[in-house]
Structures are given as structure tokens and as C-alpha cells.
Design a protein around this ligand. Structure first.
Ligand code: ARG
Length: 556
């Protein structure tokens, strides 16, 4: 909201302390109708303070407000509406933004944030569900870095647990080395699915699986060798996907990494008298939190997902001394993270409150949940291949002579997939649609990338220093774009605070739409006073896309 701070200062001054600056600022809004102006101050809270009708107060306040930045002040229905002086406003917005360059919107906050993201399970294909965690977590990390925080991205690979017992059993029973070597993930997944099919008919197989996991936890060399091999093959496969969507991690310490760190956790829990026996297993009771007991050790002595997460949380605090520890993990694990926090709090760790679960909804296909167990799963690899094909067709038609086509196609394909996810609020379920992803129009990644290319090509044609052309701009189309540009720093902050990249995605769509309307109206080549606006749009689109983890090529 450009001009908000000035308006808040002027109003707070007039009210002589009856409302504080902060109270006034929090009340200021954008009028519903464009014709009502740029900013609006509702007088309903004031009416309570002064025991006087809001209409009257709005009129009194409107008569007194004056500042060079306000072109027009008017009272309507209990609101004071303000139109900004566009000549003054546009020059200031453009100067600010051009001076900032790619750093426009940066802040220097202090603190270390760890983000647990992606965290797929080995020996299973990387499915669309893990994509959500990867792209949401990556964007939250980029937003945090823009605000000045130090960020550590941790891929808590699911490489331990009873499912590996099942897999080891299945491999020794039905698998062979040759097939795994040829097609590791697919073959391991096939064995996993086969185990579940067989176990449905022969429940005693679950016992076999548990026994193999016990062997693994006891360090049996054959079990460990196989496990290591499965892990290596899976990671190789995951890394090719991460390269395709340009995501990097600082650590791949997965669940197995905490094997030698759990004994200490159990010892601490015992010392603090928190561990209780329940039906042969060891648990921490969480009645006072209205939560089910947290299972720490099974009756056969093997560890659990929660035990490994406890060890991981403590390890992260000791290693990174985080100020916040985020876990970008599906909504279905909400109770698990509530339990994790509660147990840490019971252990006396004040930092338990810095543990933040960032949940998200499911990916649906035709309105239904996708499940790995039954083998009905959409593979990210296949999606990326298909998306690239569709993108390539459109690009070949639009711009057959494009140089560096292969690299750019990859960028557009990845952008299509990432944006399709991030444009939805993370808590919403996402309906999976390749057609929607790859359209070059509407609310898509390629549409934004294309708008950026448009801005780039204008700047390339005109070849002049935009700073020299800064002038006051008064037309409606430019003003809409300028107001959007001015909002960028606040959007970065809001998107991070709410851990919601969709706020940035929405914002970029509105910016691109406003820019494309302006582009349809004026010929920048003949009206160079618009050059700084185009420059600003290029800058903010590129930076905004970067914050979503999407690249913005200059041509496409
Ligand atoms: N591997 C788990 C899954 O696929 C997600 C792990 C999330 N991170 C954690 N620290 N628990 O469900």
C-alpha cells in the first residue's frame, strides 16, 4: 500500500494520541472501488473512542488532512478516502525500485532458520506429493534468505523404519541383483508393492518384515549392505529430479543418520522420568496436551519415526542453534509434530516452541487422493517429461529460431510444474492437471515467464538507461502497475510470515496482468517515459519468480 506510512503519520498526528500510529496503520485499507482512491481510513473504531457517528468523524478528519502526497481527500460513508498524487508517487516508486535493483525488497534480519523439506522415502518413487514439500519448502527458504535470515535446507530422507524390513524380505525372497541394477527404483518399488499384496493374503509376512528390520537395527552386515545399496540407488535417482527443478540441499541426513543418537534421547527421557511402559512398548504420556501418547520404543526394542525425529530435533538445535525449525510436511502428520513439540517441552527444552510444522494439502487426481501403496502413483519424472514435451510444442510454434532452446524448454517446463503447485495456498488440496500447468495463458508459470520475456525484449529494443527517463506518470494503467511494484517488499515479508509462497504467486499474476494491460495501450518505443515502468516490471517479475524457485529466461 503505497503512501500508507505517510497517511498513518498524518492521521495519528491529527488524532493527538487518541489512536497510536500503529493502531492507525493497522486500520488503513485499500478501497474496494478503484474510483474511491488509493487508500482508505475507516472511522468506526474512532466512533467508539469519541462517542460520535463515524460519518461525522470521517468528514471532520477529511477537512483537516493535508500533505503534498495527497491529491484528493474525501469522506464517504464513515471512510476517509485518499487519492495519491500520482506525479509525485510514481517518481518516488520508480527511483526506489531502480536504486534497489535485484536487492529491492531485501532486509537484514538476523537469525538461523532450518527447513526440513522434500524428505522422500528411499526405495519408493519420488511422487507428486513430495514435490509439494520440495517446492513450498524451497520457496520459503528463498523468501527467508531475502529477508536476511541464514537458512539450512535439510532433506530428512526416509531411509529407516519397518518398511525396509519388508523390502529386505521381499528382495531376498523375490528379487534379483540384475533387475535392481537395471531399473533400481522401479524394481524396488515393485518388490514393495508385491510385499503388500502378499501380506494382505498372508499376514504372517508382517512378522518377517519386522524381523528383518530388527536385523538391520542390530547391524547385521548382509542387511546393512543391501540397505546401503538401495539407499545409494534411490538418492542418485532423486538427485536427477532435484537438478531438473533446481533445488539444492545443505544436508541429506535422513532418519538413519540418527541411529546412534537415539540411545541418548531414551536415556534423557528415563532420567526425566518421562518414559512409561504401556503394553510392552515405551511411551511418553501426553494427556495434559490432549494428545495420544508418543510411542518411543516398540515391544521388540526397535525405534520409531517419532524417536528419530526427537533425536533429529535435538541434533539440529545443537548443530545449527536455530531460531526457528520448520518442517514442511503434509497435513496428515499434524499430530506427529504436535507430539514432537510436546515431548520436547516436557523434556524442558524452551526452544520446543520454535518448532514449526508447516502443513500442506494433498494432490488429487480426479478429486481422489493418490496413494503409493497400491502402486497407483503419478511419477514426477514422467510428469516432467510430458510437460517438457507440451511446452516444447508451443515454443516451436511461437519461436522456431530460438537459440539455446533445450535449456530454455527445461526452465519453462520446470516453471510450469512448480507454479501449478505454488499458486494454490499450501493448505488447499491441488487438483493435478498437466493441461492447466502448461498453458501459456491464464494463471500459469509460462504466462509469467512470457510476461517477463516481453519486458526484456522491450528493454533490449529501446537500449536506453531507464533511470534517465523517470517522470511523473498519471494514467490509470501505469498507476496500477506502479502500485503493484511498490507493494513488492511488503509481499515478500507477508509471504514469509505466513509461510505461503502462494501470496507471492498471486501477486506476480496481478503484476503481470496489469503490465500486459499497459503493454496493450502504449507503445513504449515511442513513449520512453514508460521505460522505467517496464524496467521495474522486468526486475520484480524476475526476482519474484526466483523467490518461487522458478527461472526467468530473457527469451523464449
Ligand atoms: N519421509 C516422510 C514421509 O514421506 C516425511 C519426513 C518429514 N520430516 C520429518 N522430520 N519427519 O512421510
Amino acid at each position: 500500500m503505497y503512501g500508507k506510512k505517510i497517511l498513518a503519520t498524518v492521521i495519528a498526528g491529527e488524532l493527538k494520541g487518541d489512536l497510536s500510529y500503529q493502531e492507525v496503520e493497522a486500520l488503513i485499507e485499500v478501497p474496494k472501488l478503484d474510483t474511491h482512491g488509493d487508500l482508505s481510513f475507516p472511522c468506526f473504531s474512532l466512533a467508539k473512542v469519541y462517542q460520535s457517528p463515524p460519518q461525522k468523524l470521517a468528514q471532520q478528519l477529511a477537512d483537516k488532512l493535508s500533505h503534498p502526497l495527497f491529491a484528493h481527500v474525501e469522506a464517504t460513508g464513515g471512510y476517509v478516502n485518499i487519492k495519491i498524487n500520482r506525479v509525485m508517487g510514481s517518481k518516488e516508486i520508480l527511483k526506489n525500485m531502480i536504486a534497489g535493483g535485484p536487492d529491492y525488497g531485501n532486509q537484514q534480519k538476523n537469525g538461523h532458520i532450518t527447513i526440513d523439506l522434500s524428505s522422500p522415502n528411499i526405495a519408493k518413487p519420488f511422487a507428486m506429493g513430495h514435490l509439494r514439500s520440495t517446492v513450498i519448502g524451497n520457496s520459503i527458504g528463498l523468501l527467508a534468505e531475502k529477508l536476511g535470515y541464514q537458512v539450512t535446507r535439510i532433506n530428512h530422507i526416509g531411509d529407516w523404519g519397518t518398511q525396509f524390513g519388508k523390502l529386505l524380505y521381499a528382495y531376498t525372497k523375490w528379487g534379483d541383483e540384475q533387475s535392481v541394477k537395471q531399473n533400481p527404483i522401479q524394481e524396488l518399488f515393485r518388490l514393495y508393492v508385491q510385499f503388500h499384496d502378499e501380506a494382505a493374503k498372508h499376514p504372517e509376512l508382517d512378522e518377517e518384515g519386522r524381523a528383518w528390520f530388527k536385523k538391520l537395527e542390530m547391524g547385521d552386515p548382509k542387511a546393512l549392505d543391501l540397505w546401503q545399496w538401495f539407499r545409494d540407488e534411490s538418492l542418485k535417482d532423486f538427485k536427477t529430479i532435484y537438478n531438473r527443478i533446481h533445488v539444492d540441499f545443505d544436508s541429506y541426513d535422513g532418519e538413519a543418520f540418527y541411529n546412534d543418537k537415539m540411545e541418548r534421547v531414551i536415556k534423557l527421557l528415563k532420567e526425566k522420568n518421562l518414559l512409561e511402559e504401556s503394553e510392552g512398548a515405551m511411551v511418553v504420556q501426553l494427556d495434559e496436551y490432549d494428545l495420544p501418547p508418543c510411542l518411543i520404543q516398540k515391544s521388540e526394542g526397535t525405534s520409531l519415526y517419532a524417536t528419530r525425529d526427537l533425536a533429529a530435533a535435538i541434533y539440529r538445535k545443537e548443530t545449527y542453534n536455530f531460531d526457528a525449525s520448520l518442517y514442511v510436511v503434509g497435513r496428515e502428520q499434524t499430530i506427529h509434530f504436535q507430539q514432537l513439540k510436546a515431548v520436547l517441552a516436557k523434556m524442558g527444552y524452551g526452544w520446543a516452541e520454535d518448532i514449526v510444522h508447516v502443513p500442506f494439502g494433498m494432490i488429487l487426481k480426479d478429486g481422489k487422493k493418490m496413494s503409493t501403496r497400491k502402486g497407483k502413483v503419478i511419477l514426477l519424472q514422467d510428469v516432467l517429461d510430458e510437460v517438457n514435451l507440451l511446452v516444447a510444442e508451443q515454443m516451436d510454434a511461437k519461436n522456431p529460431a530460438l537459440k539455446d532452446k533445450e535449456a530454455i524448454k527445461q526452465q519453462i517446463g520446470a516453471g510450469a510444474v512448480i507454479f501449478h503447485d505454488l499458486k494454490n495456498h499450501r493448505l488447499h488440496d491441488v487438483e493435478f492437471s498437466i493441461e492447466q500447468m502448461t498453458s501459456f495463458e491464464g494463471e500459469t508459470g509460462p504466462y509469467l515467464q512470457y510476461s517477463h520475456v516481453r519486458a526484456c525484449s522491450i528493454l533490449e529494443k529501446v537500449k536506453e538507461n531507464p533511470t534517465l527517463w523517470i517522470q511523473g506518470l498519471e494514467d490509470d494503467e501505469s498507476w496500477k502497475v506502479l502500485k503493484q511494484l511498490a507493494a513488492f517488499p511488503a509481499i515478500v515479508e507477508k509471504a514469509y510470515n505466513e509461510k505461503a509462497p502462494s501470496i507471492m504467486a498471486d501477486y506476480l499474476l496481478k503484476l503481470a496482468q496489469a503490465f500486459n494491460r499497459l503493454y496493450g495501450k502504449v507503445k513504449v518505443i515511442d513513449h520512453k517515459e514508460y521505460l522505467p515502468v517496464v524496467f521495474g516490471v522486468q526486475n520484480v517479475l524476475r526476482e519474484g519468480l526466483r523467490l518461487l524457485g522458478i527461472q526467468a529466461p530473457a527469451k523464449m
